[in-house]
Design a protein around this ligand. Structure first.
Ligand SMILES: [Fe+2]
Length: 324
């Protein structure tokens, strides 16, 4: 039996919404959560559980390859697509911190304006694992579809037309990162699995097979994020905070080290970062779509030229530092 969930992390069944029913109470709840914690779990998402299991399994096969083989699938041109090895990534790109104890393989669009299809075609797929490309490409497309559904939920929760984000996301610059947090091996002093940071993107949809994710709400309280097999954790990214002029919060979060009981196996996460099209301007929503919309308080930079999605993503790497 699944243990009862602790603390205030909400679990939302989105099946009725995805099937066409729009419940005002649900929209108010989403607005409240996104304003306070910026993170919730979803069930009823319609993603095939077998596909999730296959994505975990093929990722694990990849991470089990030897280091020199994996290193061949690291793109050398400064792109973040492909493999990045253990102890090479840190939560901050601008401040010296201890690197995280994680390795990753990233697929999808980069933020330099290429559309998803082109970026997927340019992917350094591992030749040793013929099933890897097919499974993760299918997973990417399914998660993009789910994210478009969630974007309709978010739009309505903000009082915007349901298709507001969807119609700006037909060439979305979204990407999928499969993470591996090894159970064993050396841990550098001060190292954690994923140091505290905020996500850059519009929102993030992830699933994991083990506990460890922790999130801080607007009141400064930290919560462990519960694990439900095949459920997705959805969290707001910094782009959404900027676009809503501070109304919605991109929560500070990180992954703590494994406890002794948890060290029997690696922790894996399949994380989909959703963004609209590269050229979309992050114009204040209250101005963009008119009609009785009052989103957040006007910011000091309200008159500045709005950034594009691409510019925001390029400039927001420092959000990966600890921001206290
Ligand atoms: Fe994150």
């Amino acid at each position: 039996m699944t243990p009862p969930l602790k603390n205030d992390i909400q679990v939302i069944d989105i099946e009725p919404f995805l099937s066409g029913s729009t419940d005002k109470q649900l929209l108010e709840k989403i607005d409240r959560i996104c304003s306070e914690t910026g993170l919730f779990l979803v069930t009823g998402h319609g993603i095939d559980e077998n596909l999730i299991d296959e994505a975990y399994a093929v990722s694990k096969e990849f991470f089990n390859l030897d280091e020199s083989t994996k290193a061949r699938y690291c793109k050398p041109d400064g792109s973040f697509l492909g493999y990045r090895g253990l102890h090479t990534l840190q939560a901050s790109t601008k401040r010296k911190t201890v690197p995280d104890k994680k390795e990753v393989y990233t697929i999808g669009a980069d933020d330099r304006g290429s559309n998803g299809k082109k970026a997927l075609e340019g992917q350094p797929w591992p030749a040793e694992l013929p099933a890897f490309e097919g499974i993760l490409t299918r997973y990417y497309r399914e998660l993009n579809k789910l994210s478009l559904g969630l974007s309709r939920l978010f739009a309505q929760a903000l009082g915007l037309p349901a298709e507001f984000f969807k119609r700006r996301s037909d060439r979305s610059v979204s990407y999928l990162v499969t993470f591996n947090f090894p159970a064993e091996g050396e841990t550098i002093p001060g190292q954690v699995r994923f140091a505290q940071h905020r996500d850059r993107d519009l929102f993030t949809v992830l699933t994991t097979n083990a506990p460890g994710l922790e999130v801080k709400d607007r009141q400064g309280r930290w919560y462990p994020v519960p694990v439900q097999p095949h459920a997705f954790t959805v969290n707001i990214g910094s782009m959404f905070t900027q676009w809503t002029e501070g109304r919605w919060t991109a929560p500070l979060h990180g992954v703590r080290n494994a406890t002794l009981e948890e060290t029997h196996d690696n922790r894996q996460t399949l994380t989909f970062f959703f963004n609209p099209n590269a050229e979309v301007k992050l114009s204040p929503l209250s101005v963009e779509d008119g009609d009785n919309i009052n989103i957040g308080a006007p910011s000091d930079g309200a008159d500045a030229e709005p950034q594009s999605v691409s510019d925001f993503l390029s400039s927001a790497w420092d959000l990966y530092r600890i921001m206290e």
